[in-house]
Ligand binder design. Structure first.
Ligand SMILES: [Zn+2]
Length: 255
């Protein structure tokens, strides 16, 4: 037999348990994007432009309204009026920060190029001045090397000295956390959109990015010269947005 006190206490207890489990459930359902401390940032970077494909990159950035960085190869801009127009299109897009990827791209002979750090610096300065590149952001051709106030990182010894010299001359040097690789002949992306998405999630969850919570993606302009490949870029951005990731400029990278 329940006395009066117990019969009142039990329903209150049940209400409390139900209330607590509802609170727990709703906290567990919070999307990552609504929690400022757990926000995750993507820095999309595009190298080697202007090239055929740059117009596609610029179009997708405008359509998706994401902050983006590009690293320009000087001699590509001077190859034709079409390429100079692509370059000017980047400069005119307020969502894009334009940085420097050297004038010659090492003529694709990287070891010889990096054996002379002074001429590497001259090559970057030539690119900077001939195109009036607005940011002193550098990415060394063929090298994943970083020189930031709190990051010094090299994939290879070759290029380390010129990276130091660029930094000494006022450049921030950026590498990347994840590359969207491509076929060198056709330009087409190698990883699928979902493969890239999985790569992003894996790096964040394993805390394998250079700065926790911040991930720099490397892609190349030439990957998006075909409409089908441009569509893949758009889809990847939309899927990253849907997961709650935020897009930022390298000027806001916590380096
Ligand atoms: Zn490059």
């Amino acid at each position: 037999m329940l006395n009066v006190r117990t019969s009142v206490f039990l329903p209150r207890c049940i209400i409390l348990i139900v209330f607590c489990s509802l609170v727990k459930f709703s906290v567990g359902q919070q999307p990552a994007a609504s929690q400022p401390n757990s926000a995750k940032y993507i820095y999309f970077t595009f190298d080697d432009g202007p090239l055929y494909g740059s117009d596609g990159v610029n179009r997708v950035i405008k359509e998706e309204q994401i902050k983006t960085n590009v690293f320009i190869v000087g001699q590509h801009a001077f190859n034709s009026k079409a390429m100079m127009d692509f370059y000017k299109g980047y400069l005119a897009n307020p969502l894009i920060e334009v940085g420097n990827h050297s004038f010659t791209h090492a003529n694709d002979h990287y070891t010889a190029f990096y054996s002379n750090p002074d001429s590497v610096l001259r090559d970057f300065l030539k690119c900077q001045h001939s195109l009036n590149i607005p940011y002193k952001f550098a990415r060394q051709p063929g090298r994943n090397q970083w020189r930031l106030p709190t990051v010094r990182k090299d994939d290879l010894a070759s290029g380390a000295e010129s990276a130091d010299l660029l930094y000494k001359n006022g450049y921030k040097v950026y590498g990347w956390d994840l590359e969207w690789q491509h076929n060198g002949r056709t330009g087409s992306p190698l990883q699928s959109v979902d493969g890239m998405l999985a790569g992003v999630e894996k790096l964040f969850s394993a805390n394998k990015t250079v700065k926790p919570g911040h991930l720099i993606i490397l892609a190349h302009d030439e990957m998006f010269r075909k409409p089908g490949d441009e569509a893949k870029l758009k889809t990847l951005i939309q899927k990253l947005k849907a997961k709650g990731y935020r897009f930022e400029h390298l000027s806001n990278y916590p380096g």
